[in-house]
Design a protein around this ligand. Structure first.
Ligand SMILES: NC(=O)c1ccc[n+]([C@@H]2O[C@H](COP(=O)([O-])OP(=O)(O)OC[C@H]3O[C@@H](n4cnc5c(N)ncnc54)[C@H](OP(=O)(O)O)[C@@H]3O)[C@@H](O)[C@H]2O)c1
Length: 255
């Protein structure tokens, strides 16, 4: 099946690099128009330069996802530029704290909550009011396999990702049938966000992944493309794990 997104418009948050930029390229190749967003205009200019054709179908807007007024600005800019918002991909996230849950300071606790979790409500609400309420649409949230169980060090980030998985279920329930809402849960992917987790000891980490390598942004992007297309038109409220088999391993339990 050839996936076509001709005539559709997608907003991708955190699209200046990594998974977000890879998803934007896949959607653009499939004929869609893409609005790339992130905090920094310089990063977005670099991302824009990675597109070599059909530049009329690519635009950028700066915005901090953890601020509702910035989310509104991004949706307004998309409506102004392309006149519609068919697809919203809530991808941007942060992980400013590594350590036990009860030792996190309030500032980083709040920041992680705002950027990873509240941001999804800000963007969905603005896209809903501007376009999807009347015309329908597709929302895709980027969660993490960390949201599926406990892990050392990145516990608070993982709590916010568990919330992303639940927000996906709740919104899918509330917005059906006109709007589909799904999520993708990547394992460890070679990006800046996760550099601290893979840079030292990649071969050791890879040895523990059944498919024996880290994920690349495009491993996630191809699945995202399917999830936002009509190929997934009878699917909502689900989280698709893409992790090289990381969580599909013996538990070590007895019996
Ligand atoms: N990499 C992994 O191993 C992995 C695993 C599981 C899940 N994920 C998830 O995948 C998603 C993408 O992460 P990635 O690994 O591709 O990260 P990345 O390469 O570091 O890219 C992050 C993007 O988000 C933007 N960004 C950061 N903070 C932002 C904010 N407050 N407001 C708006 N944009 C912001 C960055 O651009 P600016 O700096 O210009 O703002 C950049 O475009 C995240 O939801 C992450 O949790 C990643």
């Amino acid at each position: 099946m050839n996936i076509s997104l001709n005539g559709r418009v997608a907003i991708i948050t955190g699209a200046s690099r990594g998974i977000g930029l890879a998803v934007a390229h896949r959607i653009h190749e499939a004929g869609g128009s893409v609005m790339l967003t992130s905090r920094k205009a310089d990063n977005l200019a670099e991302a824009l330069a990675s597109f070599s054709s059909n530049l009329d179908r690519v635009a950028t807007a700066t915005g901090h996802v953890g601020r509702s007024e910035d989310a509104q600005h991004v949706i307004d800019a998309t409506m102004e530029r392309f006149g519609r918002v068919d697809i919203l991909i809530n991808n941007a996230a942060t992980n400013p704290y590594f350590g036990p849950l009860l030792e996190i300071d309030d500032t980083r606790l709040q920041k992680t909550f705002e950027i990873n979790q509240a941001s999804i409500i800000y963007h969905c609400r603005a896209a809903y009011n501007a376009w999807m309420k009347e015309h329908g649409g597709v929302i895709l949230n980027v969660a993490s396999i960390g949201g599926l169980g406990p892990e050392p060090g990145i516990g608070w980030y993982n709590v916010t990702k568990a919330a992303v998985i639940h927000i996906t279920k709740q919104l899918a329930y509330e917005l059906a049938p006109a709007i589909r809402v799904n999520a993708v849960a990547p394992g460890l992917v070679r990006t800046e966000l996760a550099r601290g987790l893979w840079e030292n000891g990649e071969s050791e980490i890879s040895a523990h992944i059944p498919l024996r390598r880290l994920g690349e942004p495009d491993d996630i992007a191809t699945i995202c493309l399917t999830l936002v297309s009509d190929a997934s038109s009878w699917m909502t409220g689900q989280t698709v794990v893409v992790d090289g088999g990381t969580i599909n391993q013996p538990t070590g339990g007895v019996g």
